[in-house]
Design a protein around this ligand. Sequence first.
Ligand code: MRU
Length: 345
Amino acid sequence: MAVRALWYANGTLSLIDQRRLPQTRRLLRLTRVAEVAQAIRTMAVRGAPAIGVAAAYGMVLAARERGRTPDAAARILGATRPTANDLFVGIEAVRRAWAEGEDPVAAADAYRERIVGECRAIGEAGAPLFAERPRVLTHCNAGALATVEWGTALAPLRVAHDRGVRIFVWVDETRPLLQGARLTAWELAQEGIPHAVIADNAAGHFMHTGEVDAVIVGADRIARNGDFANKIGTYEKAVLAHENGLPFYVAAPFSTFDAGCADGRGIPIEERAGREVTELGDRSLTPRASPARNPAFDVTPARYVTGFVTPVGVVRPSAVARLATGSGLGSFRTGRAATPRHRRR
Ligand code: MRU
């Protein structure tokens, strides 16, 4: 693996500052829980599984601070971003260990290992899907940066590429924060996987002209009925894939499945500051008088999903409820409790 998003050693969480990529590869070194919360909120670290692991280590840092309690630390980290189920699963994995007098570092390490292992398994399970459909469109960044290592949506493409499949990735730029153009393209370039960045509104064109064989995306929260939230713009890509007769896959570890959420209506959608839409770097793009709306995620109905690529194989949306409530999820069933309401900053 060429990319690892974050790592912990001796009281310091180190992470690649994803806001600076691809121009600068800067590391942030965090030693306090408030710093981790700020890094998640400002998206220095982002992507559902990665923020879960970062939050797990944020709990470790909190346990080293005088006077912090497990519940108070969980509240600080849980108030950062509402949509990704993984955030709350990562927090809970360490909160419980800490509250029960176990070693928080061991709990966070185990959580990280579990996520990395599941992403690797997603790669193995999903790679065969693309042997005959190698031109694949993806949205946002669901690679190693978003998951610590391997990725979710990118993991099967990496594994297929390593096995000699002539993978070609269509990379949606992913306005407004350009996770596709900046981060997915960076990861693919690092590993020499052929790809092209396209404007978000070009995806339909390339599907219609027969240059896309399949679509794969990650997810931030998957409801029991298979409705799922992912980066804003995912819904329209799913509709376009359906319209063009293309398979549409969603790749996710167990921490993204929310057994407590019946369908997409229960998924909290983060709305971020309008200036992420109206500004690019230090440049204003719009008239000063024009407000903007900036939902960070949308919900795609299960009927548009061909299959969920999970660590235990590719499953149909109709099988998600069994997966989400069955033994596969084990202790990951607590993600919902700490979810805050929608917020706008
Ligand atoms: O706002 P972001 O960049 O955190 O959104 C990330 C996504 O939507 C990813 O597609 C999702 O977290 C899956 S990452 C494996």
